[in-house]
Ligand binder design. Sequence first.
Ligand code: SF4
Ligand code: SF4
Ligand code: FES
Length: 334
Amino acid sequence: MFEHKYRKITIKAFRFNAETDYLPYYKTYEMTVENHELILDLLNRIKWEHDGSFSYRRSCRHGICGSCSIKVNDKPVLACKENAWDMIDLFGDELIFDPQSKKRAVKDMIIDKKDFWDKHEAIKPYVVTDVDPHPEHESKMLPAQLENILDADYCIQCGNCHYACPVLQVNEEFFGPAAFAAAYRFTADPRDEAGHERLELTAEAGQGVWDCVKCYECAEACPKEVNPIEKITKLHNMQFEQNIARRNVATKHAEGFVRSIKKNGYLDEADIVLYSEGPLGMHKHIKTALKMLKAGKIHFTDALPFVDNMPKSKNLDEIQKLIEISQTNKLPKI
Ligand code: SF4
Ligand code: SF4
Ligand code: FES
């Protein structure tokens, strides 16, 4: 039988009305929380029991509409999916509710998601194809083809990953993880014909996948396990396969990584920098190189072009064969 339990907590909620407030502030609410309650229940209780003017978005209460996302103690959550006691276990008995993005706050938890929707729209998040108005049968898809796009298709456009992404905080051009997940989902769809266009768009410096810093925040923030960073990696591969990837520091870094493993069975950190940025680019990393030298991660002769002092893995043959059979695009000869 379900055992009812209760805990007393304090909630500090971000309050701001863009029409009347100059600055935001936090308002404190005390309440007793039962162990079955969700974060959405606590939002409802602030509105229904404490302050009718408190504003937030919600609709389905079933993790489908993607409208109820907020941050709890800086952790992005889908309010109707997150158990309040789990959050109390994690953060203690003071919970802080913030909107997904404070700088886009319109009213309390409600933000203006225009930037999110504009980017979503730009990558054409739908199957582009000439549809026969009188088809003789349905469009068929193999189970393996469906499997390829299934997890990306679970995206509910909640925006959690988008507003957790550190690149978007400093570069508004960047499409962001949700748009990339959608770009992958429709490009990998066998019925679609706009894949080339999407790959061109997502290959552009500044806005594209090569500006992702691989922090995994998007994967952590996603309530539907879409794993956007994995889709970004798949877009990297698709761009290489279709010869769309531009030759720049980021793509050369990816190439240098494979090149190094293929040559040594180990990662040669200095060689990757030399390969992707050239001898002139090396000076930017002097400080890091000195720290790595001190820590024994590199040797002072590592970046010299005629000195090969990298140890070789005893399984080098096997590693090279594995790369050969799994590699889907051609890299420069080493
Ligand atoms: S892994 Fe890339 S896309 Fe995902 S949050 Fe980090 S920088 Fe953004
Ligand atoms: S990928 Fe996940 S976190 Fe990002 S918008 Fe879709 S469901 Fe939300
Ligand atoms: S209310 Fe629809 S996802 Fe939470």
